[in-house]
Design a protein around this ligand. Structure first.
Ligand SMILES: Nc1ncnc2c1ncn2[C@@H]1O[C@H](COP(=O)(O)OP(=O)(O)OP(=O)(O)O)[C@@H](O)[C@H]1O
Length: 333
């Protein structure tokens, strides 16, 4: 097991008190696995990553029962000690790409500085010329062909998508053991999306890496994933292998995310209603007691006012009193 986190809880400070934005969050990722954390916008995905990496200030309180990375038990370490250890082996692609770059340094300087010695097999290759070549190579891989003007530019002179590609290139060039990518392809053209997803795939294959892929869209990256965790209001509502979650989802939230994947072989009638959940996710200050999806769920009943227990499936679990597709689950038992 590469990463093993049990019972992560996050509290966020608002004007008067602390609000719980994530509870009972477990994350187990095996070596070489591609695990995806899928949730709608505002469900707490980025906060979870910041909590795991120890990248937060006094406005956030994080507790965890157990935290292990590789063979290191980090549970009782201070936030800064944990951050120091993880930053050496974990690469992060943050959602706000431009904000992750230094606004005052040209891209070329930042990229050359980001290459650590693990990027070079031999001391000789650490010379500036080889660093320059390595930067060019990795930029080509993310689809930036005309590298010279990009390397001379400051972040504000480039589009957000170009900054995204640069951040991806920088993260991959350091060959991290675990790569965390937070909505890395949002806003890109479909050609670029495919290119980046293929790049992630070959990175994992060739470097024995592991990927935690964060997204609010099950569509484009679903081919890449081994395991999926569905997050709603800071809680995992369903988890399991990709085929199991996508082919026979048990939680209505998972079903709604699958319904949101565009499909063009269905007949679309004029004024046909979209297959979406009613309403919007609640604010964290108004998360319902019981099942967080309750007020929006078409199957909800009185029982859903208490938190559904974890129901184990073949290789995963879900939390719902009225699960869908249980015939398939029972057949497989
Ligand atoms: N520092 C902060 N102080 C107060 N609220 C915050 C802070 N950071 C995030 N939030 C709020 O917490 C909620 C979860 O934010 P988060 O960025 O984790 O969502 P997300 O699931 O990553 O969404 P998206 O996919 O849109 O990025 C949001 O409602 C956001 O406004």
């Amino acid at each position: 097991m590469l990463l093993d986190i049990r019972n992560l809880t996050i509290l966020l400070r608002n004007e008067t008190s602390y609000v719980q934005v994530c509870k009972n969050f477990d994350l187990m990722i095996n070596d070489g696995e591609i695990c995806s954390l899928v949730g709608s916008s505002g469900s707490g995905k980025s906060l979870i990553i910041k909590a795991i990496m120890g990248m937060y200030g006094h406005d956030m309180k994080v507790t965890v029962d157990y935290f292990k990375f590789r063979d290191m038990d980090l549970t009782n370490l201070s936030v800064s000690e944990r951050r120091k250890i993880l930053s050496k082996e974990v690469g992060i692609i943050f959602q706000e790409a431009r904000a992750s770059l230094d606004p005052e340094l040209p891209i070329g300087v930042q990229m050359r500085a980001s290459l650590n010695n693990s990027c070079f097999d031999d001391k000789w290759y650490r010379w500036p010329f080889w660093r320059f070549r390595a930067v060019n190579n990795i930029l080509h891989k993310v689809g930036i062909k005309n590298t010279k003007p990009v390397l001379r530019s400051l972040p504000y002179q480039l589009s957000e998508v170009l900054c995204q590609k640069i951040i991806i290139a920088m993260a991959l060039s350091r060959k991290p053991k675990l790569l965390i990518a937070d909505s890395p392809i949002s806003g890109m053209t479909s050609t670029s999306q495919v290119q980046i997803l293929k790049l992630f795939h070959s990175y994992i294959e060739n470097n024995n890496g592991t990927l935690l892929y964060i997204t609010n869209d099950l569509g484009p990256a679903s081919n890449l994933m081994d395991n999926i965790k569905m997050l709603y209001c800071g809680q995992i509502v369903e988890s399991g292998p990709k085929e199991q979650v996508i082919n026979s989802p048990h939680h209505p939230f998972t079903q709604s995310m699958i319904n949101a994947i565009p499909e063009f072989n269905r007949q679309v009638k004029v004024k046909m209603k979209l297959d979406v959940l009613r309403g919007d996710p609640p604010e964290f200050t108004q998360t319902p007691i019981g099942c967080p999806l309750g007020p929006r769920c078409p199957h909800a009943d009185r029982e859903c006012n208490t938190m559904p227990p974890v129901v184990k499936t073949k290789n995963g679990f879900f939390r719902c009193y009225y699960p869908l597709n249980m015939e398939k689950e029972n057949e497989s038992k």
